[in-house]
Design a protein around this ligand. Structure first.
Ligand code: ZN
Length: 77
C-alpha cells in the first residue's frame, strides 16, 4: 500500500513538470489552462498577447497542454 502511494505521487510530480505550458511562439506568455464551460474535461490555452490569437483546445488538461507546447515549438504556419 505504501509503495503504491509513493509511486503515484512520483508520477504526478513528473507529469506536472512535463505538462507546464511553454511560451507562445510569438514570445508571449500562455494563459492559464481554462476549462470550457458546459464541456466535459475540455480545456483551452491561449496566448496572453491579445492580437496574437494563438490558442489550443483539447480533450483533457494534459493533452491540451501538450498540444499547445507542440504548436509553440513548431512554426508551421
Ligand atoms: Zn502569441
Amino acid at each position: 500500500m505504501k509503495l503504491l502511494k509513493r509511486k503515484r505521487s512520483n508520477l504526478s510530480a513528473k507529469a506536472q513538470v512535463r505538462y507546464t505550458p511553454i511560451g507562445c511562439r510569438c514570445g508571449g506568455m500562455p494563459t492559464k489552462p481554462e476549462r470550457i464551460p458546459g464541456c466535459r474535461d475540455r480545456w483551452l490555452i491561449g496566448c496572453k498577447v491579445k492580437r496574437c490569437y494563438a490558442y489550443n483546445i483539447g480533450q483533457g488538461l494534459a493533452d491540451t497542454i501538450q498540444g499547445w507546447n507542440r504548436l509553440s515549438e513548431h512554426l508551421y504556419r
